[in-house]
Design a protein around this ligand. Structure first.
Ligand code: SF4
Length: 237
């Protein structure tokens, strides 16, 4: 085994994740009431999506080599972010990952011409992405017993911009060949319903939303804490 193969041998491909939609939850999220004349149509689309959908994830456990003031080094590669550095203060290892709803559902959604159907297909891809993330998390818990895990995603904060995608993809090897996810020149991922990041063991749950002042974000997971940048990360907004 050559050095590159050996260093990537801890990469795990999860590509046989079962995809089953919780129909009650999806109907509620789509604000469809019991008795709605849309239900049969939605069920037909869900049946198709469950047959076609193949959510996937790629994850690699990496020991932390070194830490500086505003960087951490994983497998010889320096990732520059003060927030990541502080969040990994106690961590000896981290889990680099990409999870995706999959190219199959993306291609299927593009065959739909009806606007409402495309909207539902979008929601179904989000369910698939969440399925992939949950499966990856379950794998990490069973395999590594990491305790409480938090995540950071490149591009969520100015402190760790989207350009860091290059580092994550390099640390994971052949992401496209393994799970079909590619990166555009502007560092966005295709399929769009994909997420990349680093999961790390932590004592206190962290989400980038705590440091993000953006208003009216539908995906916000925690309130913005204006003091946290300075108090914990010794950074000023
Ligand atoms: S508040 Fe919204 S934009 Fe900001 S980090 Fe959270 S999800 Fe991302």
């Amino acid at each position: 085994m050559d050095t590159l193969q050996h260093s990537l041998s801890s990469v795990k491909v999860l590509d046989t994740i079962p995809f089953q939609v919780d129909r009650t939850v999806l109907r509620r999220n789509l604000r469809l009431k019991p008795g709605s004349h849309h239900l049969a149509e939605l069920d037909r689309l869900i049946d198709q999506a469950e047959q076609i959908g193949k959510p996937k994830a790629l994850v690699r456990m990496i020991y932390v080599d070194e830490k500086g003031e505003n960087w951490v080094q994983l497998d010889g590669r320096r990732l520059y972010s003060r927030v990541l550095r502080v969040n990994l203060e106690e961590a000896q290892r981290a889990f680099v990952f990409v999870a995706t709803a999959g190219v199959e559902l993306d291609a299927w959604s593009k065959t739909l011409s009806d606007f409402l159907h495309r909207f539902w297909a979008d929601a179904l891809q989000e369910v698939a992405l969440e399925t992939a993330r949950r499966a990856m998390h379950q794998y990490l818990v069973q395999r590594f017993h990491p305790g409480l895990l938090s995540e950071m995603h490149p591009g969520s904060l100015d402190d760790w911009p989207l350009s860091a995608q290059d580092d994550l993809f390099a640390l994971l090897g052949d992401v496209k060949g393994s799970i079909g996810v590619s990166m555009t020149e502007s560092k966005l991922m295709f399929p769009v319903k994909s997420v990349s990041g680093i999961a790390f063991p932590t004592q206190t749950h962290f989400t980038s939303c705590q440091l993000c002042p953006r208003e009216n974000c539908r995906s916000r997971q925690a309130p913005f804490d204006a003091q946290l940048f300075e108090s914990r990360y010794h950074l000023q907004l």
